[in-house]
Design a protein around this ligand. Structure first.
Ligand code: HEC
Length: 146
């Protein structure tokens, strides 16, 4: 019996560790994978995504501007969304209202393209925003200054 004690102790440690890992994976799915994706970093947002928003959306959706009820300065703002609710679905750009509107593929009942009355933003910019949402829409906690 005493000889099996180390084995028992190892098991006693390993089992809870495995349970904690399994639970954390179910609460934060893809977290491990996301950490390897360069688009899943606050820097990707700050350096690539935010300049596109600043150039095309700031006058209506940044700082004090909340057109359509939407302010895009923070992740919370994007998840709260505007009058129609959340405008991004982290991990799912195809189902994100924001992506549909900048692609001019908005819902039939409220299809106003974004930005309104301006040419569509470039395919490259749309790709960057889609890539960022696909990787989980990671943003710094503090909003950038518009
Ligand atoms: C000239 C002002 C203006 C600019 C610039 C602008 N928007 Fe908007 N946006 C609006 C208005 C007004 C609404 C509300 C439209 C409606 O209710 O149909 C809106 C609505 C939205 C919505 C839907 C909110 C909801 O819940 O219905 C999204 C998403 C959005 N804008 C994203 C963007 C993005 C991204 C950009 C930049 C690429 C942008 N907008 C640029 C004025 C603007």
């Amino acid at each position: 019996m005493p000889r099996s004690l180390p084995a028992f102790a190892a098991l006693a440690l390993a089992v809870p560790a495995a349970i904690v890992f399994t639970i954390s994976q179910s609460i934060f799915p893809g977290k491990v994978q996301a950490a390897q994706d360069p688009a899943a970093s606050p820097q990707f947002y700050t350096q690539k995504v935010r300049p596109i928003f600043d150039a095309n959306c700031a006058s209506c959706h940044e700082g004090k501007n909340h057109r359509g009820g939407l302010n895009i300065d923070t992740r919370a703002g994007l998840l709260k969304g505007g009058h129609d609710g959340a405008v991004i679905v982290p991990g799912d750009p195809a189902n994100s209202l924001l992506v549909k509107l900048i692609r001019h593929e908005g819902p039939k009942d409220d299809p106003m393209p974004m930005p309104p009355k301006k040419p569509k933003i470039s395919d490259a910019d749309i790709a960057v925003i889609s890539q960022w949402i696909a990787a989980g829409a990671v943003m710094p906690d503090t909003p950038a200054q518009p």
